[in-house]
Write a protein that binds this ligand. Structure first.
Ligand code: F6R
Length: 265
């Protein structure tokens, strides 16, 4: 795992957008794993800008989102399909047929989970998986105690997660669906590269547990230590509880992979 610390949320999002853009230019048929949530909004805004101003081409790319709520239709204002359409899909040259989210209103949810895993496999696996972290340490909707080998499946959401996501449901946690379909921790770990973006002081304590604590199902994001190529991009606020900050900064300044990104430091 590598930890990159940048001065603020805007620069952290810019690094992530530039990494995605570079991956897409190197492999136009990139299979991109996507996340939703407030942390990702500036990343998608930057990708739209790169598409509009620099011709970043999404036409051959395929996308797979981490998760979707159960029981609300795609056109519900709180659905992740609506979120993705609004922030990215409708604003770049990505045909809907190449965008995938689990179907939270499928009549057979277990069959839907198997279908989703099969679609990812058919696409050749995920090249680059974008991730955020929940207040309780979740990635996707893999809540604490999720099996570290889990695959796409149905999960109950914790009160902390429903509280965190209440703003998309009129501010009332009780309106947030109680269950979701989510890629499993194992599904995420199968991707070829993971990029975890974490911003804001409210994530500092959980990020420190995920990065510097033990690998534990109580903090599902800590499982990212089992991934051979996971990079964590944090702003100063989110990084403020990390003990190894000096070492992480030194590595960012000296590793050749990051030479082209020093303007963001
Ligand atoms: C959503 C997802 C979640 C979020 C996490 C952080 O698709 O995968 O794990 O990334 O809950 O959400 P925000 O960015 O809203 O704090």
């Amino acid at each position: 795992m590598e930890v990159i610390i940048l001065p603020d949320k805007a620069k952290a999002a810019l690094l992530v957008a530039r990494i995605i853009a570079r991956a897409l230019r190197a492999k136009p048929d990139l299979v991109l794993g996507l996340a939703t949530g407030r942390t990702m909004e500036p990343v998608y805004g930057l990708l739209v800008e790169m598409h509009q101003q620099a011709g970043l081409d999404f036409s051959r790319c395929a996308t797979f989102n981490l998760d979707e709520y159960i029981g609300i239709p795609a056109d519900h204002p709180g659905s992740y399909r609506r979120y993705m359409d609004a922030f990215l899909f409708d604003r770049v040259n990505l045909s809907q047929a190449r965008t995938h989210l689990p179907d939270g209103i499928a009549s057979d949810l277990s069959a839907e989970c198997h279908r989703y895993e099969a679609l990812i496999a058919q696409a050749g696996g995920i090249d680059l998986q974008l991730l955020g972290i929940g207040d309780d340490g979740h990635i996707g909707f893999n809540e604490p105690l999720s099996s570290l080998r889990s695959r796409t499946r149905e999960k109950a959401l914790t009160p902390a997660t429903r509280e965190q996501n209440a703003p998309q449901f009129g501010g009332d946690p009780a309106q947030v669906p109680g269950r979701a379909l989510t890629m499993g921790v194992g599904t995420i770990l199968d991707s070829r590269r993971c990029l975890l973006l974490v911003t804001g002081r409210s994530k500092a304590a959980i990020l420190a547990q995920a990065v510097e604590g033990p690998i534990t199902a109580m903090v599902p994001a800590s499982a990212l230590h089992l991934h051979p190529r996971c990079q964590v991009v944090a702003d100063e606020e989110a990084a403020s509880a990390l003990r190894g900050i000096d070492q992480y900064r030194w590595l960012f300044a000296h590793e050749p992979e990051w030479a082209d990104f020093q303007d963001l430091a």
